[in-house]
Design a protein around this ligand. Structure first.
Ligand SMILES: [Mg+2]
Length: 381
């Protein structure tokens, strides 16, 4: 039996960056985190996180949207997962998403709810989140991502000191598209280290072909989003055929159909759905399982605060395979603070925290100086 949901809390945090982070979409001036806490009538609770990195100030919009529309969308729900929470919430907000022209933000809210209700259900069942998902709770392999061309040496040093041996560097903007810095970083790798690169949709096909040729001798582990996520299938095919570098993508796909089409297309070797951006745990588990069946590697995409990171770690643990957890190495105290354990590896792996659900409650009070808003909403049975 499950008790009805009684309370939703929406916590919006933002860390202001003194030194903005350049990306292919412009400067990131802050690091937001939007957390949901949902409680039921018997006092059980769960935590979720909503993707809100772009556009600038998009986190403010999503925090208000969550408080405005989620109470009605959660009416009558329980921690019973017979119905996938992501689908229920997205269906209830379907007309609004169309009318507002905002299917993305609505999917992101539904994803956050899905994670929170899985965490709540796992705590009620007294099992780790990974076990509730049908897998094992194990420590997972991880890589350090978000390495910027401007400060890559510092980021490599910090993440190496935390135990990381696999890294992902941003390319696709600035002088020479950052390829010179990638060549320098690659030449400085130890034999047991690996470098991946992320172009964040920067190029058209001719440019991607040319850049891939230059990257080929560096032995990079994968090339992520060399083309816009909605580039024609023929372009993805042409690039995959022309290069031996494995192609990665998925953070900008939305919907079962889009993911299954990308899997069937055969151009991607690494699939990267983001549990906070679309699908939550229920939607992404199905997609990740299909990807594995078809021989792709599942690597959770993640960019946000520590709750989404730890939920992604449980997801990877449950899905299994050789995939890596994405751990952002650019400046973001909200990632570290809300992870419950910090970002360091242990014997080369990212440890889960033992215990039911996520295994911990994020320390909200520790981030009081970054709190933008906190809203508490009553839910109807
Ligand atoms: Mg990426």
């Amino acid at each position: 039996m499950s008790a009805s949901l009684t309370r939703l809390q929406v916590f919006h945090f933002r860390h202001r960056l003194d030194r903005p982070i350049p990306t292919t979409m412009g400067l990131m001036t802050g690091r937001p985190a939007l957390l949901l806490r949902i409680e039921d009538a018997e006092g059980a609770s769960g935590w979720g996180e909503v993707w809100c990195n772009f556009p600038p100030d998009g986190d403010l919009h999503r925090a208000r949207l969550a408080a405005n529309v989620l109470p009605a969308a959660l009416t009558g729900l329980t921690g019973n997962l017979d119905k996938k929470p992501f689908e229920v919430v997205q269906t209830r907000l379907h007309r609004l998403a169309i009318q507002a022209g905002e299917p993305g933000p609505v999917a992101q809210l539904a994803a956050g709810v899905d994670i929170a209700l899985h965490d709540l259900a796992a705590r009620r069942a007294d099992v780790p989140l990974a076990v509730l998902l049908g897998g094992q709770a194990r420590h997972v392999p991880a890589y350090a991502s978000g390495i910027s061309p401007a400060v890559f040496q510092d980021q490599f040093a910090r993440m190496r000191s935390l135990g990381y041996r696999r890294f992902k560097q941003r390319i696709g903007f600035g002088p020479d598209d950052g390829l010179g810095e990638v060549e320098t970083a690659a030449s400085g790798l130890a034999p047991y280290e690996k470098l991946m690169v992320d172009a964040n949709q920067a190029w058209d096909l001719p440019t991607a072909l040319q850049r891939a040729e230059r990257l080929a001798p560096l032995g990079v582990g994968w090339l992520e989003e060399p083309l816009p996520a909605d580039a024609p299938d023929a372009d993805w095919h042409a690039l995959a055929k022309a290069t031996d570098i494995p192609l990665a993508g998925g953070e900008n796909l939305r919907g079962d159909d889009a993911f299954y089409a990308a899997i069937d297309l055969g151009a991607l070797s690494v699939l990267q759905p983001d549990i906070c951006k679309w699908g939550g745990l229920s939607g992404c588990f199905a997609v990740a399982s299909r990807a594995r069946e078809r021989g792709l590697i599942y690597c959770p995409h993640f960019l946000g605060g520590g709750v989404g990171l730890m939920a992604s770690a449980h997801m990877l643990s449950a899905v299994g395979g050789p995939g890596l957890l994405e751990v952002d190495s650019s400046e973001n105290p909200l990632l570290d603070l809300f992870s419950g354990r910090g970002l360091s590896l242990s014997d080369g792996l990212f440890p889960l925290i033992g215990g039911p659900g996520l295994g911990y409650d994020p320390d909200i009070s520790a981030a009081a100086d970054m709190l933008v808003s906190e809203q508490e909403l009553r839910l109807e049975a």
